[in-house]
Design a protein. Structure first.
Length: 234
């Protein structure tokens, strides 16, 4: 996954293009060196946009694959499309992999499919899904409702779970950012201020580059650790 998001970040900052559909359909993984290493490949730029064109860099068209769409995208609001939307999608993709595996042979027992909370990312209205994702991302503990349902026998599952929580912390409640940037739920602007709600997702747009750099560092760190472990086991 580090390969995928490394390329994503470079395309964003060097070319000004955002992918806008990081999903299980558009990210492929393949083994090299006899299984000692795994690489990722990002494909399908059908939904990509040039961020220098204002008319196409709003969320009004709600583009992407439903289960992996960012909260801003699902809400169809007028906020700018940024690389943080794609990083949020990458977080959802890691949750999807942790729950369903890398391929159909690792999928969970059919008897438990209806009990998986992640299935609700495919049900209801777009606004309902956006609200549900806000609930799951709001706190570290609320995210456990998803990660506790990860496949326990999936290779590197503890690394995947740790990565998901680390990415969520940096994206949603980074200690480097102030209160107005924290959380996933809209909140009151403060005592005595009526009908004014702060949306942390809107506020974080101004921290796009800083957060994207930090998120990639986290992902590359986990990637290196799993690479060392795979090589030691071969």
């Amino acid at each position: 996954m580090a390969d995928v998001m490394h390329v994503h970040n470079r395309i964003r900052w060097n070319v000004g293009i955002l992918h806008r559909d990081i999903s299980s359909n558009n990210v492929f993984f393949y083994e090299i060196d006899g299984g000692k290493d795994v690489r990722g490949l990002l494909i399908d730029f059908d939904h990509a946009v040039d961020v220098s064109i204002p008319k196409v860099t709003r969320h009004l068209d709600r583009s992407g694959t439903l289960s992996f769409m960012s909260i801003n995208n699902l809400a169809g609001n007028i906020q700018w499309v940024t690389g943080l939307d794609d990083w949020e999608s990458a977080l959802y993709l890691m949750c999807w992999i942790g729950t369903y595996g890398f391929n159909k042979h690792q999928a969970p027992d059919p008897a438990v499919l209806d009990k998986l909370k992640i299935r609700k990312w495919c049900e209801g209205s777009l606004d309902d899904i956006a609200w549900l994702k806000r609930v799951f991302l709001e706190t570290e503990n609320s995210l456990y409702y998803l990660t506790d349902q990860f496949l326990q026998d999936l290779p590197m599952i503890e690394y995947i779970k740790g990565l998901v929580h680390a990415l969520r912390t940096k994206l949603i409640s980074s200690p480097d950012l102030g209160f107005e940037f924290h959380g996933a739920q809209k909140k009151s602007a403060g005592q005595g201020v009526r009908d004014v709600r702060i949306d942390p997702f809107e506020n974080r747009i101004g921290k796009e580059r800083q957060l994207m750099t930090s998120l990639l560092q986290i992902l590359e760190g986990y990637s290196e650790r799993t690479r060392i472990l795979r090589r030691s086991n071969k």
